[in-house]
Design a protein around this ligand. Structure first.
Ligand code: AR6
Length: 175
């Protein structure tokens, strides 16, 4: 794994980085889980910017990403991406691709905005029920490939909230 990749456990809203990524839904109007925590801690400015984005370009599709300021957060920006709802079965390859797209599109948006440090939560592994092990494999491989091909981002933090995800990432990243 790229040495720019770091692992932490805790609350993403506390991180002092250029951008944190939000596991949003396509309405961009907030919700539970990490999305709720980010909007609560960041204040109404984030929601106001999300409303403007939806007015301008419509809902955010699964796998895509948009950017707002960080409001009251220590992070300068929030990149909102919409992970897939996991159903498995015959849709599993599409869902895996959509999850990978969340990471790639967030990193591309970060790069376009001059962001050097970015932190990701474990997208889709809560309410959206994506299996944690597979989600972590996709997340780490996708970020690794991006960093191999793109100079400009100095640090990518995977921040795990729950012990199970933290254990999975520890093994995968061998830290
Ligand atoms: N910091 C870091 N990670 C967190 C935090 C936090 N403060 N809180 C939860 N997590 P989820 P999803 C982890 O459900 O599965 C929302 O309602 C959590 O342990 O937040 O992508 C949206 O509006 C889990 O591993 O997101 C959508 O409707 C991970 O964040 C829907 O949930 C993702 O869990 C998105 O579902």
């Amino acid at each position: 794994m790229d040495t720019k990749i770091k692992l932490q456990q805790g609350d993403i809203t506390k991180l002092q980085v250029d951008a944190i990524v939000n596991a949003a839904n396509s309405s961009l109007m907030g919700g539970g889980g990490v999305d709720g925590a980010i909007h609560r801690a960041g204040g109404k400015q984030i929601l106001e910017e999300c409303i403007k984005i939806v007015d301008r370009q419509g809902r955010c599709k699964t796998g895509k990403a948009v950017i707002t300021s960080g409001g009251n957060l220590p992070a300068k920006y929030v990149i909102h991406t919409v992970g897939p709802v996991y159903n498995g079965g015959k849709n599993v390859l599409k869902e895996e691709e959509q999850l990978a797209n969340c990471y790639t599109n967030s990193l591309m948006l970060a790069f376009d905005n001059g962001i050097k440090t970015i932190a990701f939560p474990n997208i889709s592994t809560g309410v959206y029920r994506f299996p944690k092990q597979r989600a972590a494999e996709i997340a780490t491989e996708t970020v690794d490939i991006f960093l191999e091909n793109q100079e400009g981002i100095d640090e990518v933090i995977f921040i795990c909230f729950d012990d199970e995800n933290f254990g999975i990432y520890k093994k995968l990243l061998a830290v």
